[in-house]
Design a binder for this molecule. Structure first.
Ligand code: ADP
Ligand code: ZN
Ligand code: MG
Length: 483
């Protein structure tokens, strides 16, 4: 029983921006690479090296802030956030403190209880740190390729609007879709280019104050985010029930143990001594610039969803699923162009396809099944050449090997289209269930589907359903013979 407490959740989301070069120098911004090959005096923090702000990165943040219904500060400023850690060569991170680029926005999310508005406090721009690597021999090394990569932070408003792990997940799904649609982030949580740190607290229902929060780090999938938050809510409730106090601390999600473990407590938290960075001029974000970015805003997931519903008559739920990334929507568009069966294609994508992707921990973009190939499988079913059951078996092979649906169907062969063989099967069904057959004869035509189904079952899905229907109808039309 958890009903006498309620949770409150706020989110800090970091996204590495898709730019050619880093935030304050001209080094290449790309994931991976030989360690320390994409560095220069600026991004490894040599004394005297001067930063120059990346205009493209600023535009990405403005675009994001606009998509999240924020207002844009006329003047934004860079500040130094001072702390010591080996992955931060300057001893400070260039970030934004009291004059971020965007403030006061919101994102509407779909939850099982309906639409909920999550308010956003700020959208700001900073630089990423390097990466510490712990080597097998027990040594540590640092890779500065990531140092100085443009990093955007999006923080939800206080008091927090989210109340459950499910809502937090929906917020992240919705936010990620927007960032990918507007082309500012690749959305890759497993590679860490999109990172989310939920802040979680619980309080007795009816209380007008929020409980002490903890912050969870190290969540690199939607599943981890949802489980991590759910676990943390339970843990805090247990602490309160046991008469204890929740301590303000940072906790890390341990995937193997499926629990959060303490990383550092409030007492160890640094005082950052923010101050304006004297090396960088304030950013003047004049109306003309902001409006030109607004006027080139691409289609957002909400609009894409409405467009798909209008064009293909699919459901809200299907449309929401298909617009989780622009890749999903493009995949669907392409498949439908190849074979115009939107309902069936959506249902394959959300059903068997999604299930196998989930089992193999793959994204749609990594799958060997092309949109055309999925469409041709659906076409085989629609034209009655294969049964639904066979289609499932064929799809598993397509998923494994990427081979064409038509080739696999031919190879698996064995489809029974021979009228005599099918007639034998129908007679078997008639003998087993004479009542059904009588009802059919007396005009209960709905039973036809049932008989076809039984024939499919007997033939392990191999009977040609169209031929079966033809033969059933033919047998019904023939004068009754004693059997
Ligand atoms: P910090 O400075 O510790 O990072 P912030 O005040 O910047 O904390 O808030 C970070 C996020 O945590 C915001 O989304 C905010 O809404 C949320 N938050 C703040 N207090 C609480 C709380 N008691 N419970 C849940 N979330 C909270
Ligand atoms: Zn550099
Ligand atoms: Mg925080």
């Amino acid at each position: 029983m958890t009903s006498e407490y309620e949770a409150a959740i706020g989110m800090e989301v970091h996204a590495e921006l898709l730019t050619e070069s880093k935030m304050f120098c001209s080094c290449r911004n790309a994931f991976g690479g030989e360690p320390n090959t994409r560095c220069c005096p600026v991004c490894v923090g040599m004394p005297g090296a001067l930063p120059v702000a990346n205009r493209r990165a600023v535009e990405h943040v403005i675009r994001t802030a606009l998509a999240l219904n924020c207002s844009i500060n006329a003047v934004a400023r860079f500040d130094r956030k001072n702390y010591f850690y080996p992955d931060l060569p300057k001893g400070y991170q260039i970030s934004q403190y009291d004059q971020p680029i965007g403030v006061g926005g919101w994102l509407d999310i779909e939850t099982s209880a309906g639409v909920r508005r999550v308010r956003i406090r700020r959208v700001h721009l900073e630089e990423d740190t390097g990466k510490l690597m712990h080597l097998p021999a027990g040594d540590s090394a640092v890779d500065y390729n990531r140092s100085g990569v443009p990093l955007m932070e999006i923080v939800t408003e206080f008091p927090p609007d989210m109340r459950s792990a499910e809502e937090a997940r929906a917020y992240l799904v919705g936010l990620r879709a927007i960032l990918m649609y507007i082309g500012v982030s690749d959305g890759r949580m497993e590679e860490g280019s999109l990172r989310c740190e939920p802040n979680v607290s619980v309080r007795p229902i009816g209380s007008d104050q929020f409980g002490t929060k903890t912050e969870i780090k190290n969540l690199n999938s939607f599943r981890a985010v949802e489980r991590g938050i759910a676990h943390e809510i339970e843990r805090q409730i247990d602490v309160l029930r046991g008469g204890g106090k929740v301590r303000q601390e940072t906790r890390g999600w341990n995937e193997a143990r499926q629990e959060t473990v303490v990383q550092r407590s409030k007492e160890e938290e640094q005082e950052y001594r923010y101050f304006p960075d004297p090396d960088l001029v304030p950013l003047r974000l004049d109306d003309a610039w902001v409006e030109s970015i607004r006027s080139t805003m691409p289609e957002l997931p909400d609009q894409a969803r409405r467009r798909l519903i209008a064009a293909h008559g699919i459901s809200e739920k299907e449309a929401a699923w298909l617009t989780q990334t622009p890749f999903h929507a493009a995949y669907f568009d392409q498949a439908v162009r190849f074979h115009n069966a939107p309902e069936q294609i959506a249902s394959w994508l959300m059903g068997d396809f999604a299930r196998l992707l989930n089992v193999t921990q793959m994204g749609l973009e990594q799958s060997k099944v092309t949109p055309d190939n999925l469409a041709s499988l659906v076409r085989l079913v629609d034209s009655g050449q294969i049964s639904g059951k066979m289609a499932k078996a064929i799809f598993e092979r397509m998923f494994e090997t990427g081979a064409a649906a038509t080739d696999i169907a031919q190879e698996m062969g064995g489809q029974i289209s021979d009228p005599q063989a099918i007639r034998t099967l129908v007679e078997e069904v008639r003998a087993a269930e004479p009542d059904v057959w009588d009802a059919l004869r007396n005009g209960d035509t709905k039973k036809t589907t049932y008989v076809i189904g039984q024939v499919m079952r007997l033939s392990r899905g191999k009977a040609n359903p169209q031929e079966t229907r033809r033969i059933v109808e033919e047998m019904l039309a023939a004068p009754e013979t004693a059997s």
